[in-house]
Design a protein. Structure first.
Length: 256
């Protein structure tokens, strides 16, 4: 394989990011270097690039994902979303504005139980408390203690990754359900959003692609638990092209 300076710089920067949130542990120089690398990559592959490090005024997403949906015209027509790994229904939510401002409806899924919050804040979104994988079964899930208000988002099915971190966690058993059993038959899916800490391909494999191929897919592709290139190849193989990079790790894909 030929030397790729962009990939080498990214690998160097990722080598020290064992605990999240990664962004707050980086120096100004490292942040600037990451931004430069991503801008070069986007220039090379013709995708948009958005570097937004906090929610835009009036929006909720941590790195401006909901703002990008508006900027690219995705949000303007009411549609249907499926959000896997949704976290809180409003705080740093990628779909809160879609529902409240643009009239979208959808399904939000998370192994952490936000059902009460969704009933209060998101009347048009159906919350499902489960894990999504390609099999219907009981699964060991490693639930991270929420010390400072964000750590529980790092909960995962991969204990090996948590063992090398400073997170406090406990093992629980949760139900895993394939997406093909959660999305109503005949429902058009406009947008799928994934924040699943390394289980992206298994989640996508659980979709009935003949019935529910989404127009857009937003995926947090950190590459820490699942190779970036492997996931990129998977999505390209499904007929998607990279539309935009958002922040350090989010990628927005569109069906070709």
């Amino acid at each position: 394989m030929s030397f790729n300076p962009v990939r080498s710089i990214r690998k160097y920067l990722m080598s020290s990011l064992k605990d999240s949130p990664w962004f707050y542990r980086l120096s100004f120089l490292e942040k600037s270097l990451i931004r430069c690398v991503l801008q070069i990559q986007s220039w090379m592959d013709g995708s948009y690039f958005y570097w937004i490090m906090k929610p835009k005024e009036g929006f909720r997403s941590q790195f401006g994902q909901d703002f990008v949906f508006q900027e690219l015209g995705i949000a303007r027509t009411p549609g249907f979303f499926v959000e896997v790994g949704c976290n809180h229904p409003e705080i740093e939510s990628n779909t809160f504005i879609l529902e409240k401002v643009f009239g979208w409806t959808g399904i939000a899924i998370d192994p952490l139980d936000y059902s009460s919050d969704f009933r209060t804040l998101r009347a048009k979104t159906t919350f499902i408390n489960c894990l999504v994988l390609n099999e219907l079964k009981k699964v060991e899930f490693f639930k991270v203690s929420n010390i400072d208000g964000w750590q529980n988002r790092m909960s995962s099915i991969f204990e090996s990754e948590l063992k090398n971190s400073k997170f406090l966690y406990k093992k629980v058993e949760v139900d895993s359900v394939p997406l093909r059993l959660l999305i109503p038959v005949g429902q058009k899916v406009d947008l799928i959003l994934l924040d699943v800490e390394g289980a992206e391909i298994d989640v996508l494999d659980s979709l009935n692609w003949d019935l529910h191929s989404p127009i857009h897919i937003l995926v947090e592709n950190t590459g820490r638990l699942e190779s970036r290139r492997k996931l990129n190849r998977y999505l390209k193989g499904r007929g998607y092209r990279l539309l935009a990079r958002i922040g350090f790790s989010d990628q927005l894909w569109k069906i070709s």
